[in-house]
Design a protein around this ligand. Structure first.
Ligand SMILES: [Zn+2]
Ligand SMILES: [Zn+2]
Length: 266
């Protein structure tokens, strides 16, 4: 059985314990918390530890080994460092990066920053047009410009139907690795329970060398990565939007709807 990894999760600091415990209960082996333009969860746990957990550094400063020591639940999970960068054209996961990547830079500069840190760029929800997907043209240009470098696509549990199907089709055609990610947004109610809802199973990944192994598999055997789990139905995505509306207030949601309409008529 492969290493089970969810490499796209948002979680506030106060829910990290609950989210990680749930990840262990679900059988995940590794997670990467990818806040927007921030790696605060990783840095906080590295610096302050986590109550009820034994937190150890590994030889790779981008990976922590966490052992849960609670009486009712024990287990180990690896925590990787990363973030979700908002580039000018859309969202790009920067897995295994260890320092700041400027926000609102072009996709090209964003990828350069990621590669300079030996990181792994993954185009988040590429076809999620209303929520920061970079779109097909950017992806095609990136493939061309950074030929031979590691680059990934994802299926994202917060989307239903065609957005994920299109990413899968593109990955198949170009032999690009496709990850399965939950994109759980832990600040909404109990959304952290969706950690691992969609995840990847990756052969021969050792948690201690998570990013080196992931990069090698992505480059040499991309088709061996299995996307497991499920993604949202239309109803679940709708309820996510309602949660978002309640949390962010009407103006923000209407603001993004306005942006979406602008994008359509552009
Ligand atoms: Zn995103
Ligand atoms: Zn996200």
């Amino acid at each position: 059985m492969g290493f089970k990894l969810d490499a796209h999760i948002h979680c506030p600091i106060e829910k990290l314990d609950a989210a990680l415990s749930h990840a262990i209960a679900k059988g995940l082996d590794g997670v990467v918390f990818t806040e927007h333009d921030s790696d605060a969860p990783f840095c906080t746990i590295k610096r302050f530890g986590l109550n009820g957990w034994d937190v150890q550094e590994t030889k790779d400063p981008r990976v922590l080994r966490l052992d849960l020591l609670r009486d009712d639940l024990k287990g180990r999970i690896y925590l990787g460092r990363g973030r979700e960068v908002k580039s000018k054209q859309g969202h790009i996961l920067a897995l295994g990066t260890s320092s700041l990547i400027p926000t609102r830079y072009s996709w090209e500069d964003t990828l350069k920053y990621i590669y300079d840190q030996d990181g792994i760029p993954v185009f988040a929800h590429l076809f999620g047009r209303f929520s920061g997907g970079c779109g097909r043209n950017v992806f095609m240009a990136a493939l061309d410009k950074f030929d031979g470098k590691v680059i990934g696509l994802e299926e994202n549990a917060q989307y239903f139907g065609s957005a994920n199907h299109k990413s899968r089709a593109l990955a198949n055609v170009f032999g690009v690795p496709l990850l399965g990610n939950s994109d759980a947004h832990g600040r909404y109610g109990e959304h952290y329970l969706e950690i691992g809802k969609l995840h990847s199973e990756i052969e021969v990944v050792n948690g201690e060398t998570l990013f080196d192994d992931l990069k090698r598999v992505m480059l040499t055997n991309p088709k061996s990565i299995k996307v497991c789990g499920e993604y949202n139905t239309f109803g679940q995505t709708s309820s996510w939007w309602v949660d978002s509306l309640r949390k962010n207030g009407m103006s923000k949601v209407f603001g993004s709807a306005y942006e979406a309409v602008k994008g359509l008529i552009k």
